[in-house]
Design a protein around this ligand. Structure first.
Ligand SMILES: C[S@@+](CC[C@H](N)C(=O)[O-])C[C@H]1O[C@@H](n2cnc3c(N)ncnc32)[C@H](O)[C@@H]1O
Length: 275
């Protein structure tokens, strides 16, 4: 087995073993339906709620720490365990970049009745932002536990009590690997906008992710990818991802935003090449 340290953010205590692709059995995708208990018993969620704020935007959310989820799922020393737990328990910094970009750019302000995919959603902040602006949203995260214990409660938390059962039907939730998720969706499902933050650290997943965008982004749609320019230790990052996207010949990518300081971060805007 070849393995190497995966230093996700460039800090010494944030490492993991990245296993060989061949040895990872990626989880199959399944739809996750909000249950009666989640819809009715909200007291516990509300008492633990925090606020994600950016300017005028306020998104209620809960986050769990690793001690509150299945101990077999997470490793207390790592933010990611490849193929097992992919980091959805916390909000990663590029989510803030993308929210800021979306609120400040006119071209990305038309959300009403749009079909949106929050890909690798974790807490679901990007999808909830779209939902609060009138979109129909599909939330996808690798881990079922993240969808059940964080994403769904977070969406519910942002709906008024009396509208909860009705409005949650505007959202759909899936867990599992991107390749399997793509197969699981009905053939005709297409998204106007795909939002994804901090999902391109592992180059082994680029083919799946790019194929998903090719297959599921509508011909006039746009995908926004917020990520670090370089993820230390694995070689993934926006440059590598952009090169792979452009290599397809059917998608094109451009950098629409760059961070000014700190660890370099970017936002890529991806479209179908017009034929
Ligand atoms: C670092 S987390 C980012 C979470 C969230 N987007 C944020 O910015 O806070 C990476 C996310 O990518 C998703 N992910 C990673 N690899 C995946 C795979 N092979 N299939 C499906 N989802 C995957 C996981 O759902 C995970 O939540």
């Amino acid at each position: 087995m070849t393995s190497f340290k995966f230093n996700f953010s460039g800090t010494a205590d944030d490492t993991q073993q990245l296993e060989d692709k061949a040895e990872i059995k990626w989880f199959d995708s399944e739809q996750v339906i909000p249950n009666e208990d989640q819809l009715k018993n909200f007291e516990n969620v509300i008492t633990h709620a925090k606020m994600f704020t950016y300017g005028d935007i306020e998104i209620g959310h809960v986050l769990l720490d690793k001690s509150q989820v299945d101990e077999n799922l997470v490793d207390e020393h790592c933010d990611l365990v490849t193929g097992k737990y992919e980091g959805g328990l916390k909000i990663w910094e590029c989510t803030y970049d993308l929210i800021e970009y979306l609120t400040e750019n006119e071209e990305s302000k038309d959300w009403e009745k749009k079909n949106i995919l929050d890909l690798g959603c974790g807490a679901g902040i990007l999808g909830i932002y779209a939902f609060l602006n009138g979109s129909l949203v599909t939330f996808q995260d690798y881990n079922k536990e993240v969808i059940e214990k964080i994403t769904i409660p977070n969406v519910l938390l942002n709906i008024e009590d009396e509208d909860r059962e009705n409005d949650i039907s505007k959202c759909t939730f899936y867990c599992g690997d991107w390749a399997s998720f793509d197969k699981k969706l009905s053939e005709n499902v297409q998204y106007d906008i795909i939002l994804t933050s901090e999902t391109i650290y592992n180059v082994q997943n680029y083919d799946k992710l790019i194929n998903l965008i090719i297959n599921r982004l509508s011909k006039s749609g746009v995908a926004y990818v917020a990520a670090k320019t370089y993820y230390f230790g694995v070689g993934g990052g926006t440059r590598q991802f952009e090169a792979d996207v452009n290599k397809t010949g059917v998608l094109k990518s451009e950098v629409v935003w760059k961070s000014a300081g700190g660890i370099q971060r970017e936002i890529l805007k991806i479209n179908h090449v017009k034929s």
